[in-house]
Write a protein that binds this ligand. Sequence first.
Ligand code: ADP
Ligand code: MG
Length: 688
Amino acid sequence: MEESAPLRSLKGVGDKTEKLFQKLGIYTVGDLLHYYPREYDRYTEPVTVKEAVEKGAGKAAVAARITGNVDVKIAGKSTIVSTVLTDRGEALQLIWFHMPFLRNVLKRGGAYIFRGKVAEKRHRMVMEHPQIFTREEYEKLQNGLQPVYSLTAGITNKLLVKMIRQVLEQKELAAEYLPEEVRNAYRLSEYNFAVSQIHFPENQESMVLGRRRLAFDEFLFFILGIQLLKEKKTEEKNLFDMKPVWETEKVIEQLPYRLTNAQTQVWHEIERDMTGHTLMNRLVQGDVGSGKTILAFLAMILAGTNGYQSALMVPTEVLARQHWEGLRRLIKDSKLTGLEPILLTGSSTAKEKREAYAMIAEGKAKMIVGTHALIQEKVVYQNIALVITDEQHRFGVQQREILSKKGGSPHVLVMSATPIPRTLAIILYGDLDISVIDELPAKRLPIKNCVVDTSYRPKAYAFMQRQIEAGHQVYIICPMVEESEGMEAENVLDYTNRLKTVFPSQIVVESLHGRMKPAKKNQIMEAFAENKIQVLVSTTVIEVGVNVPNAVVMMVENAERFGLAQLHQLRGRVGRGDVQSYCIFMHNDAGEEIQKRLEILEKSNDGFFIAGEDLRLRGPGDLFGVRQSGSMEFKIADVYQDANILKEASEAAGGILALDPELALEQHRPLREELEKYMKSQAETLGL
Ligand code: ADP
Ligand code: MG
């Protein structure tokens, strides 16, 4: 069996299963093999009933003899099987739903190991749906780490385990494609070993070894792919006929502020690119609030005044509308004519869309702002010369490439606030030139932060009220939209209702969340921008790009539930004007570790520093932790956590290419074949 074999060549896989797996992006045997576990489960040493009950809520494996009767109850449509374990006065109830056959399996007096989550229900300790093992079965599992995969409806973890085992047993061993010197130099394990250990590790050490090898390969192929891409691209000529124009100077002149030196410099880089001999392919990186938007607008005005179209693509409708309005205002204030921008998003009406398509096709619309609606098939550009993506880490390189393909080869400008250290950015965005805005507007006062627990809430509300009475506005972030069982976290809907009774009635409190219709979201964002709403209770939908400088207080409820990078992005919504801004991180009884993490935010407003500290705290060895939601979608590698591996892979790629740019030497041929496969599978992502 080959890795390219279709999934149905596996035993027990028919049409239906195949369809389900496709939902996970798994089409071939190879895809399945490279569908890595999300985390691992450890089968810990079983404890006694007494120990489990005394430990309280949480996952446990309990070794015990069944002391009670095995009861079967029918409640409505469900059958409930239950029994009790007792041990020196401590009782633990076990419950299963819809498993009537257990009555014949479990016997009073029988000894088993029950594994599951213990929780207190109506003053009793209960374990719901425990797995049942014999001592021998359990001991077998105890030696290894058990893979836990991301699932979709209809696919269980068990099924995945079974199928991947089948593949590993039946597949011929793959030939090693990494040259031996590379493996030796970077202490990398063998490929087949790595793949089997990532799924079914014999122990933690071998899992780490396997993971290291796979992460290395992922980076190596990515870098080699990018290098080849770069070689192809550097020759791309700028066929657009553009000259610097005085309109951009005029716009800069009449801004209510002066551009920072960093902004001015980056603007000149963009202008030089667009009026130069080769196509622009540039990443502008700058922390939240550094003022990237105006640079995008200037670039669009440069293209428009020269008679060309440009498109600005952003990840959310709220942001699209905000940019569109900002650009419209800028054009109006500068009295520029013929450059009226248009907005195109998923929630534009059919009529609006038709009109927009026509304006775009005829070239009447020079500047187009929107969401991924911009790359829908029906959009045909007349002469697009510039494509900008804002907050592209939310977007993926893929869409950028599709959009740039629609108009032949336009200039590409990518704007991102993701704090990747410059050295990493150079490796990762090998095909892009990089501009960094390393300076915030001068008048900005650093945001004042505090980390507090919920007892501080009344004080926080009083503080907010004073700020609102002084004319300012407030964001409050909750992790959830509505109440959900078993989740102890604040939700937007209940919170909004509660707040309405806290503040006097002239203070308008409104909510915003991702489940609202886009039109409703827009309406609320607009009202907030006009200060018709003073307190906006929101989920993280406002995380990206939103700009209401009059909002100067942000409070994040359940701050312990967010990652540092995300909290930093959120906080970027305040501190966008000249007025002192505040961010309150409120946590619900956080442990010491979380407290420490949050204190990093209290200490610093610098995205780069925060990313670095976060990494240091979590430590590169933290393989069980949640993946940092990040810029680049790697299957297993993480640019922060595996920064060292990334450096090594980059070094190795450099060495290989320096010696053998075509990868034609005998010892590199298997590598080249593997790379070709990789590039084919990643064609869209890499734009190859
Ligand atoms: P980001 O880099 O996060 O996208 P924005 O471009 O949204 O930041 O800018 C944040 C705010 O700062 C906006 O209100 C913008 O008008 C303002 N701004 C941008 N540049 C300057 C500057 N040089 N001086 C003062 N304010 C500025
Ligand atoms: Mg922005």
